[in-house]
Write a protein that binds this ligand. Structure first.
Ligand code: AMP
Length: 580
């Protein structure tokens, strides 16, 4: 059974599979090699994903969701067409489209996938991604890191040489850098670093803000405050879309015009945007963000104990590495030409497909490749320290140091801090080796509570805390009272930003319903459109008949009643034929 590879990106996604020992991109239902990660559901319940949804975004911003990956692993909800969704539900809709595209392309059902995530994704972001796969009907065989996947795609073609490579991956919403060693068919990640909130979408937003400001300076009109709320939303969507176009143009040209006709009406006069943007201007706007990536490059190199001169090849991955300033900065840093032979949009999905092939056994060990990855951040707990005899809480105590090779299990022994203390809670934090205090925003879980500790004086009972970080980057925590052997294991189930099993089951049902409704609506859409048009062309008694049937049909659609939909569709079709 084929295990497909999926690069679930912030702005674009890609799918690939393994054939004859080599990874190949799977074209989506629209015949494209990448798919915009955009979801749309309209008032009638019709779902669109990918290129059509992206194209329609400026016209229907309230019905369309972009860049949902930024919200993965958070409790934030997304409102689309008045309905609330969790981020993983939106991602699941995108995955469902990708799965269906793969099934069409391969001519067989697909049930398993390897999904990639940014190396710097946290535990909850990874779990949310896994849940999204589950919701879409996919068994997520592995979660792998995007730069690692790119290194695999490179490694499979370049097995003959032992070398150190640096993967610089700047996509639509995230930045990762990984230092990788390739030797004897092994892809070993030495260190990863990155920023989950930096990517091409930030450059688009910066450019859009600049244009809006320039317009305000020149015309004294704030485009974000005139007109209705809906008009402002649509205007923002058009400006954002144009900002992305202009940004891309500036990757090959030194100037581009930012043009949007009739962007607003003010004092009964139509307003248009028409600016010339030079590459230099654009570079000035994004330089700080672009330069900040080099700090992460430094950190990854230093964690890998390597110097710039030790890097044999620098691989550029992610659509935003097409920006000349990015290439210039990286090239200057390494004083060597960059490897651009990997397709920056496809490498990650291709690597994921290779990992899928290793997992399914399609790639045997002779052709195969072994992948060794790391945990990019430090994982630890909160402890109380005695300072001047006073107990002070809030100290971060690392258990798994950053960039440890995974899988890894590490444990530490702690003592009770008060007399007769009968329970202890073990909060789990993500941090950095250098952190002294825990940071609230890095709290992964605080629901592991170990009770039943025998009543003894402070410090006499010992508790072992064990952290296991698996190859998917998922963490399991176990705490044991050493004197009694009493254990508590937490897979951190009720984690903030991650759906519970019950929520997954309920959401799966809703998704199923939504897609059924969408497909049903899609089938009768033409008849409805024809009927709506005809209403104005016929006399009142016929109009009443059409309206009656339309109401029945809409009602049946809302209830997802397939039999009734079919019945009213047939009746309406017959009536329309009669009336023509
Ligand atoms: P990815 O997630 O790797 O597909 O990267 C998508 C990001 O790359 C989006 O923000 C795109 O706007 C950006 N991108 C794609 N092509 C170009 C280009 N020619 N110049 C600048 N940015 C680009």
């Amino acid at each position: 059974m084929t295990i497909i590879g999926i690069d679930l990106g912030t702005t674009n996604s890609a799918i690939a599979y393994l054939k004859d020992g080599k990874p190949h991109i799977i074209e989506n239902k629209n015949g494209h090699r990448t798919t915009p990660s955009v979801f749309q559901i309209d008032r009638k319940g019709e779902i669109k994903v990918g290129p059509i949804a992206k194209k329609e975004y400026p016209s229907y911003p309230r019905e369309t969701v972009l860049e949902v990956k930024r919200l993965m692993g958070t409790e934030e909800k997304v409102t689309v067409t008045g309905k609330e969704y969790r981020p993983e539900e939106i991602s699941a809709h995108i995955l469902r489209y990708l799965k269906a595209s793969a099934e069409d392309f391969l001519g067989t059902e697909v049930h398993e996938a390897v999904i990639t995530v940014p190396a710097y994704f946290s535990d909850s972001q990874r779990k949310a991604t896994q849940k999204a796969g589950e919701l879409a009907g996919l068994k997520v065989e592995r979660i792998i890191n995007e730069p690692t996947a790119a290194a695999i795609a490179f490694g499979i073609e370049n097995m003959d040489k032992d070398q150190h490579i640096l993967v610089y991956d700047l996509g639509g919403g995230t930045f990762d850098v990984s230092v990788v060693e390739l030797f004897d068919g092994v892809v070993e990640v030495k260190a990863s670093a990155g920023d989950n909130n930096l990517g091409g979408m930030d450059f688009d937003n910066t450019l859009a803000d600049y244009v809006i400001n320039e317009f305000k300076k020149e015309k004294g009109i704030d485009l974000l405050s005139i007109g209705s709320e809906d008009e402002i939303l649509q205007r923002k969507a058009r400006i954002k879309e144009e900002a992305e176009n202009v940004k891309k143009t500036l990757s090959t040209q030194t100037t581009a015009s930012f043009t949007l006709q009739y962007i607003a009406i003010h004092n009964n006069m139509p307003l248009s945007l028409d600016l010339e943007i030079s590459r230099t201007q654009f570079e000035r706007l994004i330089r700080d963000k672009a330069e900040s990536t080099l700090e992460h490059v430094e950190k990854a190199l230093s964690d890998a104990s390597l110097a710039i001169a030790d890097i044999d090849e620098v691989l550029l991955v992610g659509g935003s590495t097409r920006i000349p300033l990015i290439q210039e900065l990286v090239e200057k840093k390494f004083s060597k030409p960059l490897r651009k032979d990997l397709n920056p949009d496809e490498a990650v999905a291709l690597g994921a497909a290779v990992q899928g092939g290793i997992k399914s056994g399609e790639l045997d060990s002779a052709q195969g490749l072994m992948v060794i990855d790391v945990c990019p951040y430090t994982l630890g707990t909160e402890v109380v320290k005695y300072i001047g005899g006073q107990p002070m809480p809030g100290y971060f105590d690392p258990i798994i140091p950053r960039n440890s090779t995974v899988p890894i299990t590490e444990s530490k022994i702690y003592s009770t801090i008060s007399d007769n203390q009968d329970s202890v809670s073990i909060p789990v934090y993500q941090g950095d080796d250098e952190d002294i205090y825990v940071k609230e925003e890095k709290l992964l879980s605080k629901d592991i509570i170990l009770d039943g500790i025998p009543a003894r004086p402070a410090g006499e009972e010992k508790i072992e805390v064990k952290f296991s970080y698996d190859i998917n980057g998922l963490l399991q925590v176990e705490a044991t009272v050493i004197s009694t052997g009493k254990k508590k294991t937490g897979v951190i189930r009720t984690q903030l930003g991650v759906m519970t099993d019950q929520e997954v089951a309920a959401s799966k049902e809703r998704m199923e319903q939504e897609w059924n409704q969408s497909e049903l609506y899609h089938e009768v859409k033409n008849v409805i459109n024809r009927a709506e048009k005809m209403i104005d062309e016929v006399d009142s008694s016929e109009r009443q008949k059409i309206e009656g049937l339309l109401a029945n049909l809409r009602n049946a659609l809302e209830k997802n009643d397939t039999v009734a939909v079919k019945k009213y569709e047939d009746e309406l079709t017959d009536l329309l034929i009669e009336l023509v």
